[in-house]
Design a protein around this ligand. Structure first.
Ligand SMILES: Nc1ncnc2c1ncn2[C@@H]1O[C@H](COP(=O)(O)OP(=O)(O)OP(=O)(O)O)[C@@H](O)[C@H]1O
Ligand SMILES: [Mg+2]
Length: 450
């Protein structure tokens, strides 16, 4: 470094340079967590340049939902943590040691020291990783992350197969975020949620007057996703005639809005998802084989939660942490019985159902320990050897009347007596809640159902 440049360097920057020579790549942040200075090694480590003024949590954790480092920094605490970032075709764990800096004027900043090792930690295939909003310690999931990373870089269609609530949309968003299109839009549409005629104009657009009610031109979601990624959820539900039109769009890279004659060019990468086998839909004559081949250039199979039981404890821990932050109840331990029940349960609704179950437990239970009694009844089937499905059908909503009355009372307390909302929390209809309340003697049978 020349003397002239050295003169421009503040003592703070010099200290950061010193830090790199002593301790490796370093970032210096101001009190708003903006990058004041990054040592040259940081760019090499992160695989991208770090702009002065960029927010460090964003730089380190990206758009991830869980941001362990970000949270500690925001709280002003010294912290050592690990963030997981894609690096080439692998995941790289970056250890971050953050130290708050204070001088006598109280001016605050941060020194972050970074170090990296490739993940998964080679000796521990079960180490937890966090990847674009997804926590897992499951080897099959980690393998899936590799496939996603490789596929994302190429502009090929990806087909995600997975059960409801397993994280298909997260996978689609991750593929977009990892792709060269990440600055473009990400649009999603559920092909099962709309009647066929509406689906067609939502997808491809329509012209003014194309049908009754078409008061103005509508571009359609393909054009809205131009230069980005379009997520076609529940693709197997798409009617056959629309499948033919979709195939044409994918082959010609043009759409023809309903009511129009001229094709319009679109530049869209498609990620489709299905909970059922497309191959079987093809065999049943409900899905076009040519479209299936077109869409599943890279098939990604997302394992259901029950096939990765090790993830239940990990996800529970992370979600309990997030719910603690919401502040309604503080839980510092999940009892072994509760964890056993959660791990044993079949999770037909997968990760979403787990989150709902924990939300339920936070509302229904009290105290620092989350116990089995706090869980929704279907998770605590009375006989562990009884197959879960029969248990679900045969078990009364709650076997223990006193426990049930307590749960209902607490749900009503939380909702200030609003029975519709209480019923929702309890996972039953309003009428069922009313019936249970009558059966338990909480209200008289002639009480109104509202
Ligand atoms: N591995 C994971 N780690 C943390 N959160 C997850 C994980 N997988 C899924 N989730 C969360 O679970 C919920 C359901 O995920 P998502 O919406 O992606 O599922 P889906 O497969 O698209 O479901 P559906 O078929 O019902 O549309 C979301 O809130 C998501 O953030
Ligand atoms: Mg979804």
């Amino acid at each position: 470094m020349s003397r002239a440049r050295l003169n421009d360097v503040s003592p703070r920057q010099l200290s950061a340079l010193a830090a790199e020579s002593l301790a490796g790549p370093a970032l210096l942040l101001d009190h708003e967590l903006r990058v004041l200075w990054a040592s040259p090694g940081v760019e090499r480590l992160l695989g991208e340049p770090v702009a002065r003024g960029a927010l460090a949590p964003k730089v380190l954790c990206g758009d991830a939902v869980e941001r362990p480092i970000a949270e500690a920094l925001a709280a002003g605490r010294a912290v050592t943590g690990t963030v997981h970032r894609p690096y080439g075709d692998r995941l790289r764990s970056i250890r971050v040691r953050a130290t708050p800096l204070r001088d006598e004027d109280g001016a605050e900043g941060w020194l972050l020291l970074l170090s990296a090792h490739e993940t998964p930690e080679p000796d521990d295939p079960n180490a937890p990783v966090f990847f674009h909003g997804m926590w897992t310690r499951d080897p099959a999931m980690k393998q899936m992350f590799h496939v996603m990373q490789r596929a994302a870089r190429r502009d090929v269609p990806v087909l995600v197969r997975g059960e409801t609530g397993a994280g298909k949309e997260l996978v689609a968003r991750a593929v977009h975020a990892l792709s060269p299109r990440h600055r473009g839009p990400f649009k999603a549409i559920n092909c099962a949620a709309l009647p066929p005629t509406l689906l067609e104009s939502e997808l491809f657009g329509h012209t003014r007057g194309a049908f009754t009610g078409a008061l103005r031109d509508h571009p359609g979601i393909f054009r809205a996703a131009d230069r980005g990624t379009l997520f076609l959820d529940e693709i197997a539900e798409m009617p056959l005639d629309l499948q033919a039109k979709l195939l044409r769009v994918l082959e010609t890279h043009t759409v023809i809005p309903v009511g129009a004659t001229d094709p319009i060019a679109v530049d869209v990468r498609v990620v489709a998802a299905t909970h059922q086998s497309l191959r079987r839909a093809v065999e049943a004559g409900r899905f076009r084989a040519d479209l299936m081949y077109r869409l599943r250039v890279v098939p990604i199979f997302l394992p259901p939660l029950r096939a990765r039981r090790g993830d239940v404890a990990l996800l529970t821990e992370r979600m309990v942490g997030a719910l603690n932050e919401a502040g309604e109840r503080q839980v510092n331990q999940v009892s072994p019985g509760a964890l056993k029940a959660l791990t044993r349960y079949a999770w037909p609704g997968n990760v979403r159902e787990l989150r709902n179950a924990l939300e339920y437990a936070f509302v229904i239970g009290e105290g620092l320990v989350l116990t089995e009694a706090d869980l929704p009844p279907e998770m605590t089937s009375p006989d562990p050897d009884e197959p879960l499905q029969t248990a679900l059908v045969n078990a009364p909503p709650v076997s223990d009347a006193q426990g049930e009355a307590g749960k209902i009372a607490r749900a009503l307390e939380r909702t200030s007596g609003n029975r519709a909302r209480a019923a929702k929390i309890l996972g039953m209809s309003r009428v069922t809640l009313w019936r249970r309340m009558v059966a338990l003697g909480l209200i008289a049978p002639e009480a109104s159902q509202d």
